[in-house]
Structure formats: structure tokens, C-alpha cells
Design a protein around this ligand. Structure first.
Ligand SMILES: [Zn+2]
Length: 228
């Protein structure tokens, strides 16, 4: 989708390559300046001169409010103030953030700490007041719910793509094992249950059902155009 952005640098890269082409092409050639970095990019759009949030929303087929909410951290408080060059993510249809309320990330994924059995934080913590609605981030089926252990009131959703998403320290849950959920289905309210030092949602993504199979939850959401 962003291939058009790298077009301008192709000529430069080719020129640089021919100037040093004394052997076979190297897989380790440095990126030309301005070229998109390697690796998966979230679906998105680079703001151009004259763009408005409304024109972008219409072009990408996303509701204006959704586009704004997904990019609030980039755009800021005023949705009318876009700057050329800003990269906006375009939310994948059927996917949402786990909370729509304002939050602060109180503990990032992967930070080391003795307080966690794994030795590091296996999810990302979103600090929100107890009672904040929590939504399934995408389509799936509730695998299990529990009120026990360090995670307190928690539930695990098996996503349609085979990943498992854990929502922990909830105040209450609105779903039961076997329930089908979609992105935006309210699955419970955030809370402060279990081993928790303050009201927050612990959001974790796993490749299986077991503790220790976690993957980067922020990256997982970004692949679906949801930026925490
Ligand atoms: Zn946590």
C-alpha cells in the first residue's frame, strides 16, 4: 500500500548501486534515504499537503471519528490540524482498540521486572478507571473466563486468526466461554482485581493458551491498523 512512497528513492538507490557494483548485489545494502524501513508496516496513509481528516476518511472508506480515534496520539487534540508527512493508520474494518476511553500506558510490553513470573511484562497495561468498558479487539470466540490467580477476573479470547488475547484484572465480565465476539463487542469492564497495584487493563496476546507464549501486543494491533 505504501509502495508509492518508495518510488522517489528508487532512482537514487539504483544510482548508488551501480556506482559500487563491483560484485554481486548485496542483500545488506543500506536503505536509500527516505525509503520505507524493512518489515511489515501497518495499513496507513501519509498526510499530503491539502489533505483533511475528512478527505482521508472518505478516500480510505473509514468513518471520520474512527480514523481520528485511531490516530489521536499523532494528530493531537485538534482533528483539523494535520501536518504533511504525518503517518496515519487506517483501522482494519472489524478491529478496534480494547478501550475507547482515554488511557495511559502504565507498563509497556517486555519491560523487565521481578514482579512478573516470566521476568518481564507479558502484556501492555492501559491505566483506566475501574468500570471502563473493555471491547474485543477483533473477531473470535471466548475460550475461557476465570476469577482466580494473579490476573484476577480475566478472560481469554481465541481470535479468528488463531491468536489468543487475554484481558486481565477486570471488574466484571460480560461474556462466557463459547460466546462469539466481534471487534467492538463489550466483553467486560476494567478493574483492579488480582495482583494489581491500580486500576488498569492488562492486554496480552499469545500464540497459544499458555503463559509464556506472549507476542508483542502493540505490534499485533498495529498489524490491524490499531495503534495504542
Ligand atoms: Zn500488565
Amino acid at each position: 500500500m505504501l509502495a508509492v512512497l518508495t518510488g522517489a528513492s528508487t532512482a537514487g538507490a539504483a544510482g548508488a548501486a551501480s556506482a559500487t557494483a563491483t560484485g554481486p548485489p548485496s542483500a545488506y545494502a543500506p536503505h536509500a534515504a527516505g525509503e520505507a524501513p524493512a518489515g511489515p508496516e501497518p495499513p496507513g496513509y501519509r498526510v499530503d499537503k491539502g489533505d483533511t481528516l475528512y478527505s482521508i476518511a472518505r478516500r480510505m472508506g473509514v468513518p471520520l471519528q474512527r480514523l481520528y480515534e485511531a490516530n489521536r496520539s499523532v494528530i493531537g487534540a485538534d482533528p483539523n490540524l494535520l501536518r504533511p508527512g504525518q503517518f496515519l493508520v487506517v483501522p482494519e474494518p472489524g478491529w478496534v482498540a480494547p478501550v475507547s476511553a482515554e488511557y495511559e500506558i502504565s507498563a509497556r510490553y517486555g519491560i523487565p521486572g521481578d514482579g512478573w513470573i516470566a521476568g518481564y511484562h507479558t502484556g501492555v497495561d492501559l491505566a483506566v478507571p475501574t468500570g471502563t468498558p473493555v471491547y474485543s479487539v477483533g473477531p473470535g470466540e471466548v475460550h475461557s473466563t476465570s476469577t482466580e490467580g494473579d490476573y484476577g477476573n480475566h478472560l481469554l479470547v481465541r481470535m479468528a486468526d488463531g491468536r489468543y488475547v487475554l484481558y486481565a484484572h477486570l471488574d466484571r465480565t460480560d461474556v462466557a466461554a463459547g460466546d462469539r465476539v466481534e471487534g467492538g463487542t463489550r466483553i467486560g469492564d476494567s478493574g483492579n482485581t488480582g495482583n494489581s497495584t491500580g486500576p488498569h487493563l492488562h492486554f496480552e496476546v499469545r500464540t497459544g493458551t499458555d503463559y509464556g507464549t506472549d507476542i508483542d501486543p502493540v505490534e499485533y494491533l498495529a498489524e490491524h491498523g490499531i495503534i495504542l
